[in-house]
Write a new protein. Sequence first.
Length: 400
Amino acid sequence: MDFDYFRSNDNNSANNNRQNLLSNGWRPFQRDFDWHYFQHIIINDTQELAQRSINLVSFYADALARKDYAWWANMVNLASDYTRSEFQKFWNFITPDAQNPDYRYKDVLSTETPIVQFVNRNSIPIDYVLNLLQEITVLRILRLLDRPDIITQYYSERDFYFPVEKFINWERLDIINTVYAYWSQHDIWLQIEPYERGRRQYTLMARNLAPLINKATHDLAVMLSGYQSRVGKVQNQFPINSFPPEIQDFTNLVQQSILNQHQLAVVVHGKPGTGKTAWTQSVAKEILVPLGYVIFILDHDAITNFVPPSYLERICIIINEADNLAQDRSLEVAQYSNKTEHILALLDGTLYQSVIDESGIQIKQRLVVLMTCNTTERLDPAMLRKGRVDLICEFTKRFV
């Protein structure tokens, strides 16, 4: 096997990548002398500084004192790669490194992009849609942050930087190795890892990402269904003030409860055509979205596998036809499904709050659950127990 051939190819590839970086706007990072940093080394690492200084002087003395070469050849030797490498090591020791992320930050939000959908006929693409929501959140945060203060990339044993005044967007940035960016105003780091076929991993790290996440997810709605699963915006066909007066009074009560309670569950029931589903959409659009809630509309298949994303601070879950889901477990038809237990766990918060991961963003979520059903008679009695469902209203007038 010709190892020299592979080594030559590797060198050519490295040179091509370096040329690509330079041609696409990246510049070699020059380590600047910082007097305060040097003072810190003098005070705290005096012995190592003295030893490295002696070694460097000794190295230059040997380079200049070669007896078998003319004096001018010894002077030329000082400019050789080997001699320059020794000085670069010393310079790297007495100058500060390029800034790197503080991995002690607890708020971390990461996404691959673009998201690839893996789905089969037997399951709805719930993971794909939730990953898509996370990707949208991260990319929206990056747009809110706009231009960073620094952009660096380490490649082939050298640090490069991208002039921020030339920065346009992240998609057009040439990335060969790990890229770091920093926003000093928000104290936020971005790490970008390149994958094959142009895919990337974006990771945001900060002391507190919640304010930016709230801004980035404003007005977002997620529909999880076996037929149509997507991320978009919630729409309402009828404004709240078009509903009958008694429904508007109930809506006012719901709104006040949302403001006062950390967690709220509401059940509205009535015959088909009384406007139950339309009402939930109106409440979501006119009350919850302005308060910063992300809306999740779940169908029968999605409810069994849904866990609210932990990075979201305010979540509203809309479950239509709940009497077909949270059925009385004493009935035979309910024995073949675990949907009732899942809804109860959602209402209790036990499903996703029992064990909290120490890493990543952990927010004490505000949760609103809006459920519609034709009748409460088929609902499991445990669901209507005090502490699970807070407000119940019957819609009696045909509205739709």
